[in-house]
Design a binder for this molecule. Structure first.
Ligand code: ADP
Ligand code: MG
Length: 350
């Protein structure tokens, strides 16, 4: 449904010289620097999939979304969305897609939300039944009625984002692009947006491409994750597969201590020392109220081995092996450790 082939975008940025004369000379100067915002990304998002497009700040996510939605043309390469090259056929393309940019409004700034919706209804020629069904859904989930007749410019960020998300989905688009859609929303609203997106995907098969810094959004919405770094897709797979690339895993446990060890930290020290001595490369720390966190290298130990060891040596009362932290996994990818563009794409089978 979404295809990017060696999609690249360069911006010409004029070198600015300091001071007023500098600014004037910038106007006439032909000197510029090329910023390679997106350097040849290729990926495919099949119909009905909810994909996260994840990368550090400045990785080129928004620029990619702008090319996929037809707002910008690529410098080279090609994009096809629902059978169209978006930047060549902007009008036809707009019937197929919905867009939310957290950073910038798609709504009419001076109009109240209901008026914006009426205009969109006209533009997209939305059938009555579809319009009514969608308005009912948004009223339930996003409490849009509460926005009243206030012009968009006077809404809070949270109120505006609710309206943006609803507006992007009003015409039942085949594809929806959500660029940081929950920015500025509180948890309850974030959850409402997540539920709305998931519901629309489940009921209508809408393809979703989401960029977000919110790990909660990504986990709650997406079934595929594309990780971009320095303008290239360096990982793609399911969330589970991405998490499995974590080099460090953790197990948390609590244990009943021997009576003579109950006073002071002595027994905890003994416990952590025992773990570190037996599990090569692991580190054990007391986290809170007697809970001990065991971090271990995933290439040397399995969760089963670590838990087996703990059960054997301690009177374990509670033990959990949480999923690896997505943020940690991503940080490792961004900061290199052999996963830079030159190392090629790490791909895990779907
Ligand atoms: N209109 C523009 N002119 C010049 N540089 C830009 C422009 N838009 C984006 N960039 C630069 O391109 C890079 C990628 O930006 P962006 O796509 O917004 O990244 P992301 O959304 O991943 O944070 C950044 O270095 C940014 O400064
Ligand atoms: Mg961005």
């Amino acid at each position: 449904m979404i295809v990017a082939e060696n999609l690249a975008k360069e911006f010409k940025v004029h070198e600015r010289k300091p001071g007023l004369l500098g600014s004037l000379s910038t106007l006439f100067s032909r000197e510029y620097r090329l910023v390679r915002a997106v350097s040849g990304v290729s990926f495919e998002i099949p119909a009905g999939v909810k994909a996260a497009y994840v990368g550090a700040n400045g990785a080129g996510k928004s620029t990619t979304v702008k090319m996929l939605t037809g707002i910008m043309s690529p410098t080279s390469g090609r994009a096809v969305v629902a059978g169209l090259e978006p930047y060549r056929e902007r009008r036809r393309n707009s019937a197929n897609i919905g867009v939310v940019f957290g950073q910038r409004s798609q709504l009419w700034w001076d109009l109240p939300v209901p008026d914006s919706f009426r205009i969109l209804r006209r533009i997209h020629e939305i059938p009555d039944a579809v319009y009514r069904r969608n308005m009912d859904l948004y009223r339930d989930l996003l409490d849009l009625g509460a926005l009243g007749n206030t012009p968009v410019r006077q809404l809070s960020l949270g109120q505006r984002m609710r309206a943006e998300v609803a507006a992007s989905l009003l015409h039942d688009p085949k594809v929806v692009f959500l660029d940081e859609p929950t920015i500025g929303l509180d948890l309850v609203l974030k959850e409402a947006v997540r539920e709305l997106v998931n519901r629309v995907n489940a009921e209508l098969g809408t393809t979703v491409m989401l960029t977000s810094h919110d790990m909660g959004d990504i986990s709650a919405i997406c079934d595929q994750v594309l990780v971009v770094n320095r303008g290239e897709v360096v990982h793609r797979g399911t969330m589970h597969e991405l998490l499995r690339t974590a080099d460090t895993r953790a197990v948390f446990f609590e244990h009943r201590q021997q009576p003579e060890h109950q006073v002071g930290h002595g027994s905890t020290d003994r416990a952590t020392a025992l773990i570190e001595a037996h599990l090569d490369g692991a580190s054990a720390t007391l986290v809170d109220g007697g809970r001990i966190k065991v971090e271990y290298p995933a290439d040397r130990w399995s969760a089963r081995q670590v838990m087996g060891f703990l059960l054997e040596h301690f009177d374990v009362t509670d033990c959990v092996a949480p999923e690896p932290d997505l943020e940690m996994v991503l940080r490792r990818i961004y900061t290199g450790s052999g996963n830079g563009p030159s190392a090629g794409m790490r791909e895990t089978a779907a």
